[in-house]
Design a protein around this ligand. Sequence first.
Ligand SMILES: Nc1nc2c(c(=O)[nH]1)N[C@H]1C(S)=C(S)[C@@H](COP(=O)(O)OP(=O)(O)OC[C@H]3O[C@@H](n4cnc5c(N)ncnc54)[C@H](O)[C@@H]3O)O[C@H]1N2
Ligand code: MOO
Length: 401
Amino acid sequence: MPDPSVEDHRARILAGIVPTAATERIAVVDALGRVLAEDVAAALSVPPFDHAAMDGFAVRAADVATASDAAPVVLPVAAAVAAGDELVDLPDGAAIRIMTGAPVPPGADLVVPFEWTDAGDPVTIGRSAPPGRHIRRAGEDVAAGEVALGAGTRLGPGSLGLLTSVGASEVVVRARPRVAILSTGAELVDGHVPDSNSITLASAARGAGADPVVRGPVSDDPAAFRARLLAAAADSDLVVTTGGVSAGDHDVVKAVLRHEDDFWFGPVAMKPGRPQGCGHLEADGRRVPVVTLPGTPIAALASFLLYVVPAITALTGREWRRRSAELATDVTGTDRTVLLPARRDDTGRWQPLPGHAGHSQRLLAQADALLVVPPRGRVVPAGTHVEVLTLHPELHHEEVW
Ligand SMILES: Nc1nc2c(c(=O)[nH]1)N[C@H]1C(S)=C(S)[C@@H](COP(=O)(O)OP(=O)(O)OC[C@H]3O[C@@H](n4cnc5c(N)ncnc54)[C@H](O)[C@@H]3O)O[C@H]1N2
Ligand code: MOO
C-alpha cells in the first residue's frame, strides 16, 4: 500500500470537522474578518435621503428644458443648502444653490452642476438634462428593510462601512474556533530548544480566523501529556499537537494515542512532514478533533497550512478553497508531494527560493508561500499551476491568493 497522499490526509481530517454553532454579538468596529451568523436587515436606507450628487443648482427640469449656450435660462436663486442642512422647498420658477450631499429641495428634480452655469445670482443656465440627473435617491443602493448583508458573509472594510450606513452598530458573528496548540518535548520544557512551534502555529491560527490558546510545551511523560491534552480538549474546538509522532523512544503523542479507536497515525507522502496523525477525543460529550503534526519547525508549519487552516475554515462553516499559482521555473518532482519555500517574481509567477535544504527555518522566514509540488515523479515544468500555501495566513482569504 502506498502512503496516503496529502489529499487523502486532508480529506480524512476535514471529514471529522463539524462547524461550531457558537455565535457572539460584537461591535461593528471589531468585526473585521469575522463571518456574519445572521442576515442583517437595513434599519436605514442608503442613501438615507434624496441628495445632490454634484455641487450646483437644484431646479425643476421643466424650467430649464430649453436651456442652451445660445439661449440660456436665467433663474433667481432662492436659497443655498449644504450637506447637513434642513429641507428647503423650491419656489416656482427659481433655483436653489446646492452642495453635494445636501437634501434635494421638495419640488426639484434636477441638479445642474456649476459647470453648466455662470454660478451667479440670478443664475444663467446654458445646458439642460432629463429629470433625475445628479440626484441620488433615498434607498437606491439599499432600501430600509432589505437584507443588506447575508449570513455567511466574511466582513471586509467595505462591509463594515455598509453595516454602519444601514444603522447597525453591532452584529452577530460566528465565534472564532478555539484552537489549542500543544507542543511536546523535554528539550522544550527544559529550555534547551526554544519552543518556536507554539508562536508560529498560534499566529498562523490567528491569521486563519481562530482564537489560539498555547497549551505547551509539555514533557514526553505520557501521564503529563495525556492530562494536558484532555485539559486542552475540554476548552477548545480543535487541538493541534507538535512533535512526538515519529519512531523515537520518546515519541509521546503517538505512544499515548496510537491505540485509541479514533486515531490514525502514519506516514503521508509529503516532504517535509512525513509523520502525521489525526483523530478525536471525547470532552464533555463533545467530539474534539485532534491533529498531530511533526515537531520539526518547517514540517510543523507546512502541515499546519496544509491541514489545519482548511480545518479552521471548515469549523467556521465556510468552504475551504485551494489556491493555485504558476511556477516560474521547472521544479523537480518526486514520488511524494514536496513543499518548497517560494516568492512571487515580477511576472506574478512563483520562484522557489534557492538553497532549499529541506529544513531551513531561515528560508521559511524569507518566503511568502510554500509551493505544493505534486507527486508526479518527474520534472514539473515552468508554467504549471500548483497549489500554493500562503505564509501570511492573515491573507488566506484574499482573492489575490
Ligand atoms: N526512525 C525514524 N525517525 C524519524 C522519522 C521516521 O520516519 N523514522 N521521521 C523523521 C521525520 S520526517 C520527522 S519530520 C521527524 C518528526 O519527529 P517528531 O514529530 O517525533 O518530532 P520530535 O522528535 O519531537 O522533534 C523533531 C525535531 O523538532 C524539534 N522540535 C520539536 N518541537 C519543537 C518546537 N515546538 N519548537 C521548536 N523545535 C521543535 C525537536 O527539538 C527535534 O529537533 O522525525 C524524524 N525521525
Ligand atoms: O518529514 Mo520530516 O519533516 O522531513 O523531517
